[in-house]
Ligand binder design. Structure first.
Ligand code: SAM
Length: 294
């Protein structure tokens, strides 16, 4: 039980710190989000029942979770601020840029890259597009994509869930030079989804193509948590399972590491100092074998 509480606390910390990359002026207060969550799909309040239940009939109020898109739309693009300059993410993007440079086919740019859950487009789409590559950022949050289109005009962006993207593209395998997945396979997915997405993305890579995957490596499946008052369902994998899932997708792992980072959530005014602490990040760099086994 203590472990379970620790896991939930760690995930809560992750969402508080990572997903609130600047939930300042653009994010409605948590109370508003909870109020919205208690309304129907169309935003109208659920009609009250004619008879109030007696105290003995009363069940604990069910927590309605928000979809991942609702969560990220409500946080808004300012969330980028608390993680600006995350050194391990910068190193991962730089590794990819160097790999693409070392390949004669992409040395002078033009690599076809998809950034999954691109958020505001920074840093991944921005750095890769500036290096001359053909970058598509996909995301389920309209608010994030609106910011991305303004902040990274050199890249293309599309509102689509990565699972639908893979389903649509799977008839055209071996098409991408690289895929990046930075902290986008956690909210609104199951552990099986994470593994299936890694496998599907591997199938879209050309032989010799690269995958960079990062996550908060906590082994939970479909846990309902509250992130800054926003009820959301999350899943993730342990570091070992994360690395094993990349291998199971048919990719060769070139590097993996678990690092720590303390977001600047308090400094940018998105939470109280006592609500911020160090969190774990798993980074995996991988390549599809030239003789593909996927
Ligand atoms: C934690 S943010 C990370 C943003 C960006 N990758 C970065 O590192 O700055 C996660 C992003 O993934 C998006 N996302 C979550 N689930 C997704 C899914 N199933 N398909 C596509 N995007 C998703 C969210 O809307 C959000 O913008």
């Amino acid at each position: 039980m203590a472990d379970f509480k620790h896991i939930l606390a760690t995930i809560l910390s992750f969402f508080t710190n990572l997903f609130h990359r600047g939930a300042t002026s653009t994010a409605p207060p948590a109370d508003d989000i909870e109020a919205a969550a208690s309304k129907g799909k169309d935003g109208t309040a659920t009609p009250e029942t004619a008879e109030a239940p007696s105290p003995t009939d009363e069940a604990p109020p069910a927590i309605k979770t928000l979809t991942a898109a609702e969560v990220f739309d409500s946080v808004g693009p300012a969330y980028e601020d608390a993680f600006t300059g995350l050194p391990t993410q910068a190193a991962a993007i730089n590794w990819l840029v160097e790999q693409l440079k070392a390949n004669p086919a992409t040395a002078s740019g033009g690599a076809k890259i998809v950034d999954v859950g691109c958020g505001t487009g920074r840093p991944a789409c921005s750095v890769l597009a500036d290096a001359g590559h053909d970058v598509l950022g996909i995301d389920i949050s309209e608010a994030m994509l609106t910011a991305a289109r303004t902040r990274v005009p050199k890249a293309k962006f599309e509102l689509i869930d990565v699972r639908a993207f893979i389903e649509r593209e799977k008839s055209n395998p071996d098409q991408l030079d690289a895929v990046t997945v930075f902290f986008s396979l956690i909210a609104g997915v199951t552990q099986d989804d994470i593994k299936a997405v890694l496998s599907g993305l591997a199938g879209l890579l050309k032989p010799g193509g690269f995958l960079v995957f990062s996550t908060v490596p906590i082994p939970v499946n479909n846990e309902s948590i509250k992130w800054m008052g926003r009820p959301v369902v999350v899943s993730s994998l342990s570091p070992e399972e994360g690395v094993a899932s990349v291998r199971a997708a048919g990719l060769e792992v070139k590097y993996d590491a678990v690092t720590k980072f303390k977001p600047r959530g308090a400094e940018v005014g998105i939470c109280k100092p006592e609500e911020v602490w160090e969190e774990s990040h798993l980074f995996v760099y991988a390549q599809k074998p030239v003789k593909a086994s996927v």
